[in-house]
Design a protein around this ligand. Structure first.
Ligand code: B16
Ligand code: MG
Length: 219
């Protein structure tokens, strides 16, 4: 019996990776180096400061803690200028009908995201009314692959992980969900997300009954 669904945000509900890439790339270029969209894949699901550390290592640039804080703030201002222009047209295919179906079935919904911008993104997309709680990067001490973000969401929704499904597009997020004891659906590349219980390319071709079937759960 499934009582709740917990959604990662970036890469599951909306594709903000392209905006992260523009903003991080601008910062790298200002520091005198560049990185590719393929490199950007490695930043999916990891926190802002961990992303910055990785990017600086690619450019072989060393910065003090205070300088890193300033760089992360600058990147976030640039990133926010893009996300504040987003609207419901950027919701990924199949997401809206799925959320409506889940809501109608009385299944409790949460966001479990590393992003400190998660609440504003959900608001921009007009999806706030679907989610009982948003556990974002400001509410956790440990980043994915630690299960804290999803376990906190389960506590807020008052469900046990064994009765909840987590949807994740990042390898670290899939690991976090599995470590938390959740039914885990990977969204994206099977070669990256192979540890998940069930993997789909997105929600366009997979509704809730198909997802339950893929997980081997009888409704
Ligand atoms: P922010 P998710 C993650 O969101 C992104 O995938 C990752 O690329 C980003 O660095 C992280 O949020 C932090 O984002 O700078 O907005 O706090 O996939 O966990 O929803
Ligand atoms: Mg993600």
């Amino acid at each position: 019996m499934i009582k709740a669904c917990i959604f990662d945000l970036d890469g599951v509900i909306v594709d903000t990776a392209k905006y992260h890439y523009i903003a991080w790339r601008k910062l790298a270029n200002d520091l005198g180096f560049d990185f590719t969209e393929q490199d950007n894949e490695k930043l999916k699901g990891i926190s802002r400061m961990d992303s910055l550390d990785l990017i600086l290592s690619w450019g072989k640039v060393e910065k003090s803690t205070a300088e890193k804080e300033a760089l992360a703030t600058k990147k976030n201002e640039e990133y926010r200028s893009y996300i504040l222009k987003m609207d419901e047209s950027e919701i990924l295919p199949g997401v809206l009908p799925l959320l409506e179906d889940l809501k109608n079935k009385g299944i409790r919904l949460a966001i479990g995201s590393a992003s400190k911008n998660a609440p504003v993104i959900i608001q921009q997309l007009g999806l706030s009314h679907f989610f009982s709680t948003i556990i974002d990067g400001t509410k956790v001490e440990k980043s994915k692959p630690d299960p804290e973000v999803f376990l906190k969401a389960a506590v807020e929704l008052d469900v046990s992980p064994s009765t909840a499904i987590v949807f994740e597009d990042a390898e670290a997020g899939v690991e976090a969900a599995l470590r938390g004891g959740f039914h885990t659906v990977g969204i994206g590349d099977p070669s990256v997300l192979k540890a998940a219980h069930f993997i789909i390319p997105g929600f366009a071709q997979h509704n809730f009954p198909a997802i339950l079937q893929g997980l081997g759960i009888t409704a």
